[in-house]
Design a protein around this ligand. Structure first.
Ligand code: OOG
Ligand code: MG
Length: 261
């Protein structure tokens, strides 16, 4: 750790204010270039503690920057981990209030729901599949607190990896017998197909991303509890949305979900 508790608390409060007041900021590594990975996750933790103190609950996790398309789009080269709060969840067919978001984008994702606790270290794809009840279509609505979505990995980790809202639903697909690599997805905006892909875009298999999450949490003495929902990462580039837009995600064999803005 390079930052002291005061600096960590100050940065968490700053990002919290950006979220609550719907305003952007320059990336925090501009002010604290010396910060390291532990500092970045410590700021994320402190931000979460502020939200929990106001009544939020953690209901799941997310892995981000897991596909080449996303890494290229954001100019970074390694996955990041964040958490999902109850207040982030929107119903299928619901609407996201754009007045509460800075510059939202949508991502097509495969969501995992666990039937058993998943614990690292040494978690592997087999352990993930054994612990998963089913997978579902998921639309993640990301909203970086950084101006023009310009950030580096440490800044985006501190910002809870741009987490803002998410929708899951559609038709649950039992994990037994499913090949997550070849599942095709289509993302539509206002009826027009705007992004396509397959599960293999996420680290060869989205279950690999979930294993990485379990190992990341294990290094911090944590695990993923049964019942948690996990967004495994955008399969394609994120797509910008505006007020009035209607977004639908269709996944082969898993139905569709949608959200309005
Ligand atoms: C960071 C979050 C990326 C994903 O699925 O790749 C993410 C960002 O691009 O703002 O959630
Ligand atoms: Mg995402």
């Amino acid at each position: 750790m390079k930052l002291d508790e005061i600096a960590i608390g100050r940065l968490a409060a700053h990002l919290d204010t950006c979220i609550r007041e719907v305003k952007d900021t320059v990336k925090i590594t501009d002010t604290y270039p010396e910060m390291d990975w532990d500092d970045a996750y410590a700021v994320q933790d402190a931000l979460r503690e502020r939200q929990i103190a106001r009544g939020a609950r953690v209901i799941g996790y997310k892995i981000g920057l897991t596909s080449l398309a996303k890494m290229k789009q954001m100019g970074v080269n390694s996955p990041v981990f964040g958490c999902l709060l109850d207040a982030h969840a929107l119903p299928d067919g619901g609407s996201a209030d754009t007045a509460a978001l800075i510059h939202p984008k949508v991502e097509p994702e495969i969501a995992f729901v666990l039937e058993r606790e998943l614990k690292g270290p040494d978690c592997h794809i087999g352990a993930v599949l054994a612990a998963t009840a089913f997978v579902l279509p998921g639309i993640e609505i990301i909203d970086s607190r950084y101006r023009d979505f310009k950030f580096d990995l440490k800044s985006v980790i501190a910002d809870n990896t741009s987490a803002a809202r998410f929708v899951i639903g559609g038709q649950p697909l039992a994990i037994a017998g499913a090949d997550l690599r070849t599942i095709g997805i289509v993302l539509e905006r206002n009826g027009e197909s705007v992004a396509f892909g397959a599960g293999a875009a996420v680290l060869g298999n989205p279950a690999v991303a979930v294993a990485m999450l379990a190992n990341h949490l294990a290094a911090r003495g944590e695990s993923i509890p049964a019942g948690a929902v996990i967004l495994s990462g955008g399969i394609t580039e994120a797509v910008a949305v505006r007020p009035g837009d209607n977004v639908t995600l269709r996944i082969h064999g898993m139905g569709s979900i949608s959200v309005r803005f």
